[in-house]
Every structure is written in structure tokens, then in C-alpha cells.
Design a protein around this ligand. Structure first.
Ligand SMILES: [Ca+2]
Ligand SMILES: [Ca+2]
Length: 122
């Protein structure tokens, strides 16, 4: 997970200021009660509204929650944006575990929508 976090951080860093702003805006949009933290409930609500139900697995939220305090602070959801940007959530079909390691396939293939999924190892 640490690798994915670093990749997401680097991804965010190289974004133009306009998109960084959008990411901050998205964070604020998820953070309904404006306490600067995204709770599991806020997270679920947001994803359901976005109809990205493949991301609503709690295993993803738990993986994003670096310090394990049950909510996401400003930096933690970057990984989520990164995952959403990539257009797919890599979850084991069988045990529903989130697989951060699988994001480190060749980037070109990864972002090819029609690429055959080989992410079946958790
Ligand atoms: Ca909140
Ligand atoms: Ca946290």
C-alpha cells in the first residue's frame, strides 16, 4: 500500500494547479460535515452518489486509512482519486480484498481500458 500511496502522491504533485484545486474541492464535497475528515459514512455516500459502487468495499477505505483512525484526512484520499482516475478498483473477485500491489503493472497497459485483466492474484 505504501508504494501506491507514494505513486498517488507523485501523481498529485505533478497535477496542474487547476486540478489540484479540483481534488481539494472533491475532498470538501465528500466531507459533508466539514470536520476536515472523511468518515466511512461520508465515503460511502459519495461513492454511491457517483455510482462507483465497485469502490465502496470497506477494504479500500481501510487501505486508504493510513493511520487507522477510522477516517481519512486530507492526504489519504489522494490514493482514492488516483484509483478513480485510473478507472478501476482492483479487488479480488473472490475474497474482495483490495490489491494495491496490482497497480504496479505497466502503466500503458493499465490505462488501456480494453486491456485484459490479469489482476486475479490477491
Ligand atoms: Ca467529515
Ligand atoms: Ca486516517
Amino acid at each position: 500500500m505504501e508504494e501506491l500511496r507514494r505513486a498517488a502522491g507523485a501523481f498529485y504533485e505533478q497535477l496542474p494547479e487547476k486540478e489540484k484545486k479540483m481534488a481539494r474541492k472533491a475532498f470538501k464535497a465528500i466531507d459533508k460535515n466539514r470536520d476536515g475528515q472523511i468518515s466511512l459514512r461520508e465515503y460511502m455516500k459519495y461513492l454511491k452518489k457517483k455510482k462507483t459502487t465497485d469502490l465502496t468495499h470497506q477494504s479500500i477505505f481501510r487501505a486508504l486509512d493510513k493511520d487507522d483512525n477510522g477516517s481519512l484526512d486530507f492526504e489519504e484520499p489522494f490514493v482514492l482519486f488516483y484509483i478513480m482516475e485510473s478507472g478501476r478498483a482492483l479487488i479480488c473477485e473472490s475474497c474482495k480484498t483490495f490489491m494495491p500491489g496490482a497497480y504496479f503493472s505497466c502503466c500503458q497497459c493499465f490505462f488501456r481500458v480494453d486491456a485484459e485483466s490479469t489482476f486475479d492474484i490477491c
